[in-house]
Design a protein around this ligand. Structure first.
Ligand code: GDD
Length: 327
């Protein structure tokens, strides 16, 4: 029988890695994106490896629109749906709270409702987040830690996290939330801090810019490699019973640590280039995220493969190569 999976947010960092993984596992993958003509070619760049694959179909889909989701599910009859589409920038959620709620809460609810009414056997993955722990700094955090969201982004994600649990209990739907800690890669959006740092270091090294302007560099995060993390998403949907899992490396380091590794790799002195700019501070900050992935290891057999240093160097090298083309 043909295995069909729908992946929303297919053009993003996680979506593109997950689509590649599912195709390698024999799925036919329906990747969805929200088409905005001006950005289209830019957003498709991560999908170059699979774009011409006969088992990959790209569809236009706004997850805020329930009827579009119903039509998509009826058209393709998937066995699994991975909802990765989101307004994923925490800082931007303070300036666009309503859009954030629409995409990050109404979107997943539309899927849960559609699954309930069209085919309750469809398995559903929801991208939850460590941001839900917010200012609860009792570390390391695990699946039972208290949620204490401090941004519209985290509030929206927490609501959908609870909706997943509710639909699981109320209707027996196989729905899982992956509580993923920060996960980065060369495909990371340039407005997230790791990519901003690696891109700036590469450009400074090549003489294309001189400054790196950042906000709070003393925030701690548990950073992993996105390509490792999408494997955990797939594993969550292959179990006998649905459940929520935390996905992290089990180590925490600061933005400053990440910057130091990258600038040392580039042979640059951070202090010659760093400017702290209040513009990048958030109205509320999550001070420390540090996850304990023991449950994912025990039940899914998932372990992170890439170290923090390997990740930082990989991202810097990739940006150096890209930026060199501009010289
Ligand atoms: N983006 C950004 N830009 N962040 C900065 C900057 C800057 O110029 N300067 C300092 N930071 C700090 C932020 O305040 C935050 O403490 C930290 O760097 C990481 O910021 P982001 O890279 O934007 O990621 P995030 O931790 O807010 O959220 C990411 O991880 C979540 C999982 O924990 C996103 O990927 C979320 O979508 C994801 O849910």
């Amino acid at each position: 029988m043909e295995k069909v999976a729908i992946v929303t947010g297919a053009t993003g960092q996680d979506g593109s890695y997950l689509c590649e993984l599912l195709i390698s596992k024999g799925y036919t993958v329906i990747g969805t994106m929200r088409r905005t003509i001006s950005e289209e070619s830019e957003r498709l760049k991560f999908l170059t490896k699979i774009m011409d694959n006969q088992k990959f179909i790209l569809e236009d889909c706004d997850i805020q629109d329930a009827s579009t989701i119903h039509n998509l599910i009826r058209k393709y009859n998937p066995i699994e749906i991975y909802n990765l589409a989101a307004q994923s920038h925490v800082g931007n959620s303070f300036t666009s709270p309503m859009t954030t709620i629409q995409i990050n809460t109404v979107g997943p609810l539309n899927f849960l409702e559609a699954i309930k009414s069209i085919n309750p056997r469809i398995r559903f993955y929801q991208a939850s987040t460590s941001e839900m722990f917010g200012d609860n700094v009792i570390c390391p955090q695990n699946e039972n830690s208290e949620f204490s969201p401090v941004s519209p982004y985290a509030c929206a994600k927490l609501a959908s996290h609870h909706l997943v649990g509710t639909y699981r209990k109320a209707y027996g739907i196989y729905a899982c939330s992956g509580i993923l800690f920060n996960h980065e890669s060369p495909r990371r959006g340039e407005n997230f801090v790791t990519r901003k740092i690696t891109k700036a270091a590469a450009r400074i090294k090549l003489g294309l810019q001189s400054e790196l302007r950042l906000g709070n560099i003393d925030a701690y995060r548990d950073w992993g490699y996105a390509k490792d993390y999408v494997v955990a998403m797939w594993m969550m949907l292959q179990q006998d019973e649905p459940d929520d899992y935390l996905v992290a490396t089990g180590k925490t380091t600061s933005v400053r640590d990440f910057m130091n590794i990258v600038f040392t790799e580039a042979g640059l002195n951070v202090d010659d280039h760093l400017v702290i700019d209040p513009k990048f501070y958030r109205p509320c900050e999550v001070p420390k995220l540090w996850g304990d992935p023991a449950k994912a290891k025990r039940i899914l057999g998932w372990i992170p493969k890439t170290t923090f240093r390997e990740l930082a160097v990989k991202m810097y090298k990739s940006d150096y190569k890209l930026e060199k083309q501009n010289v």
